[in-house]
Design a protein around this ligand. Structure first.
Ligand SMILES: [Zn+2]
Ligand SMILES: [Zn+2]
Length: 135
């Protein structure tokens, strides 16, 4: 008797998992899992296989939330600014050890601790290779 109960429960559970899987994707029917047709002029999209219908408004909400996430424009422009500021400063005749051309921007940066002194940075104007020199 007990064994039958368990197998019945298990069957119910697995059916539930499959159904919730389908409802997570707005492009598929929550009932049978087949691909839904594109929304037309009606407020609902109806599955051609089982006649299950989904409201288009809910459909559109899903699309909006997934497209908002992708927005890397701000962070990339900030990175570009800092890269350009590294090329501002006096250009000296130091030879770049990567591209072997002369001309590197010289700039110093004071370290937090006074004991460490200044660190000199050289940035190659040709390939933007950076070298560090502690004074
Ligand atoms: Zn269906
Ligand atoms: Zn270089």
């Amino acid at each position: 008797m007990k064994a039958t109960d368990v197998s019945f429960q298990y069957r119910n559970e697995s059916k539930y998992i499959v159904m919730s899987c389908f409802s997570g994707d707005p492009n598929f029917c929550a009932e049978c899992g087949s691909i839904l047709p594109l929304p037309g002029l009606k407020d609902t999209v109806t599955c051609v296989r089982c006649n299950y219908s989904v409201s288009v408004r809910e459909f559109a909400g899903h699309v909006i939330t997934s497209s908002v996430v992708f927005n890397p424009v701000e962070s990339s422009s900030i990175a570009k600014e800092t890269e350009e500021s590294e090329l501002k400063g006096p250009v000296i005749d130091k030879r770049c050890s990567r591209c072997n051309k002369e001309g590197m921007v010289y700039h110093t940066r004071q370290m937090r601790s006074a004991d460490e002194g200044q660190t000199v940075f050289y940035t190659c104007i040709h390939c933007r290779y950076q070298e560090k020199e502690d004074s």
